[in-house]
Design a protein around this ligand. Structure first.
Ligand SMILES: NC(=O)c1ccc[n+]([C@@H]2O[C@H](COP(=O)([O-])OP(=O)(O)OC[C@H]3O[C@@H](n4cnc5c(N)ncnc54)[C@H](O)[C@@H]3O)[C@@H](O)[C@H]2O)c1
Length: 356
């Protein structure tokens, strides 16, 4: 690796199109760029939803690599292309190995590749577990704000599933101006619940923290509810628990039974993406044979094309779009490049003359 260089260099022979240099951005640099930038990242994510809604992105279905001998694990490829001012193509490649948690390391690990839209050359590889968590949390914070605008602002936050994503969502809610009188936690693992409680108490701004022994108790006592479990099938099937019309951020996508979704106003990030891979919305479509239970997308809400009813629970189920990773990854790349700290890998692309 070369010494830190101020800006990308181009290593093409004279007379040939410029080949971008290749940079590696490790997790500590990603974290340094993103820490404390919650409002800016939410703006990036909302702008990307708007671009996606306007048809100026390409976001094919994610590809799930699964293993017969390791059925709980998977690696997902999310290719995507972003148009507009920050044009970029690329791929997120993200592993989910839930057994990692027992060994004390995070479930998910990821890299993000950015490709130059002019030449197709990859020009950066970024550590992406942080980018992935941040774009998920920014999307949840945007949805909390947009979906609660026509009802009393929630003051009691509840988390079902208390892992890394829950922590990032809490950080993003606080970083975008939310404060809560009470925060509830429910997790099947007492260690996870206790660890998250400690994090909340140390964060200093969490209000009263309660660990609930059941999901029912947590749901009934919260008006903004985050599902961030690793459940692979619905375990919440009682619509009456949501009678107080909470805003529900169904980030883990497979917790709620169809009868719960059928009693709610349902908002997704992208209809075609969300109605696949055995998500709760996909199960609801299978059950009803139609998509009538969907109110629309978050972009529809932002654009005012749909109005969220205040007299029903509202459930946001975000499939998680590769274009969000690209947009946040590009934001990180630009910031690191601007600071002059890009780590360029010398001669990464070596074969630059077709005929030698
Ligand atoms: N939609 C998106 O864009 C998006 C993006 C990133 C992650 N995710 C999802 O978010 C979820 C959480 O990710 P993470 O990295 O925080 O995982 P994690 O493993 O760190 O934490 C998950 C927690 O959920 C708990 N849990 C599992 N089943 C439960 C249940 N039925 N009730 C209560 N708690 C339960 C586990 O004990 C664990 O503490 C995953 O499902 C992941 O796929 C979604």
């Amino acid at each position: 690796m070369s010494a830190v260089r101020p800006a990308p260099e181009h290593a093409a022979p004279a007379g040939t199109p410029a080949v971008p240099s290749f940079a590696v951005i490790p997790g500590d640099e990603v974290k340094n760029v993103l820490e404390g930038r919650e409002k800016a990242v939410v703006e990036v994510v909302e702008a990307t939803y708007r671009l996606h809604g306007a048809g100026r992105t390409v976001n094919p279905p994610s590809y799930f690599l699964r293993f017969p001998d390791r059925p709980s694990s998977r690696i997902i490829a999310l290719p995507a292309s972003l148009g507009g001012e920050n044009q970029v193509d690329g791929l997120k490649w993200i592993s989910s190995f839930p057994a990692n948690v027992e060994s004390g390391i995070p479930r998910a690990s990821a890299v993000l590749i950015l490709n130059d839209p002019g030449t197709g050359y990859p020009y950066a590889c970024l550590e992406s577990s942080i980018i992935s968590a941040v774009r998920t949390a920014a999307s949840a914070a945007a949805a909390a704000d947009r979906l609660s605008s026509g009802r009393p602002r929630p003051t009691r936050l509840g988390f079902v599933g208390a892992g890394l994503i829950a922590r990032y969502i809490h950080t993003y809610l606080e970083g975008t101006g939310w404060s809560f009188d009470a925060v509830g936690v429910h997790d099947l693992s007492t260690d996870s619940a206790a660890g998250f409680r400690t994090y909340l108490e140390q964060s200093g701004a969490a209000g009263r923290v309660t660990v609930h022994g059941s999901a029912e108790e947590l749901i009934r006592n919260s008006d903004l509810i985050v599902f961030a479990t690793v459940a692979d099938r619905p375990h919440i099937d009682e619509p009456s628990w949501f009678r107080h019309n909470p805003v529900v951020l169904h980030v883990s996508l497979r917790d709620l039974a169809p009868q719960v979704l059928l009693s709610a106003a349902n908002v997704v990030d992208d209809v075609d993406h969300c109605l696949r891979a055995a998500t709760s919305p996909a199960l609801t479509e299978d059950l009803t044979g139609n998509r009538d239970f969907l109110l629309g997308t978050l972009d529809d809400v932002m654009a005012g094309r749909v109005t969220v009813p205040a007299d029903r629970p509202v459930v946001f189920s975000p499939f998680g779009l590769g274009v969000l990773d690209l947009a946040v990854g590009k934001f990180v790349y630009e910031e690191v490049a601007r600071s002059g700290e890009l780590r360029i890998i010398d001669n990464f692309f070596h074969e630059l003359r077709r005929h030698g």
